[in-house]
Design a protein around this ligand. Sequence first.
Ligand SMILES: C[S@@+](CC[C@H](N)C(=O)[O-])C[C@H]1O[C@@H](n2cnc3c(N)ncnc32)[C@H](O)[C@@H]1O
Length: 223
Amino acid sequence: METPTTRIQGELPISEVKQFFTAGSSGDFETLYRQVNRQALAPFFRSYLSTNSVILDAGCGRGDLATQLQLHHPYCIDLVFEQLCQSRRLDFIGSCVQSDLAYLPFEADTFDVVICANVLHYSGFIGLEELHRVTKSNGRLLLAFLERSDYTRWAIELAVCWGVFPPFMRDAVLLDISDLKKLNVIIEDSATVVYLPPWFMVSRTVPRTGLVVYVLRKTVSVN
Ligand SMILES: C[S@@+](CC[C@H](N)C(=O)[O-])C[C@H]1O[C@@H](n2cnc3c(N)ncnc32)[C@H](O)[C@@H]1O
């Protein structure tokens, strides 16, 4: 399906996001996410993966998290062709499709596991609904996103001022647990990513704020 290039994601213009990741100016930003993936997200998500699952990595970027998780032939989608090309170079990657998270070119109930890390702030709830749609009943969603809170807004502002985040991140669309509860899901696990220099790690005991991780199980809908 063709992605409307003028779509506004919450307050976030898709063209700016696309340009940022296409222009190769995302280097420092992606270095930061690589560290977060290696130290926090991959160890947290690993135990929720099983062999022979049909997996979607939505907003796969250059395939860093897929590499850390040693995924076996996952389907990968990303908005930005240049990012997908980097993923495609990795020999364990399955099919790569250029697509917007908000308009996934897959049938409902397709994947056993859907992974979406560090992307939902570009699409907001519309992207979350799409991820849920393509997940099989009883399948899992492994999500890492920026939780809606004053602390998160303050941390984003700081990261923009320090030049770690691009300025458009000020308009990031933040989700919280009330959004997850609008879907047919059970929350199996959750944690908060904390930074204790030089390490990122997950904590289940601190409040959910900043970058958070959730494991959701899609329940069978009863209409
Ligand atoms: C910070 S990177 C995260 C990459 C990967 N998930 C990871 O954690 O290593 C964000 C990625 O999301 C992609 N992206 C942004 N908005 C998107 C959208 N609406 N649909 C699909 N991908 C999107 C960007 O092109 C970029 O590759």
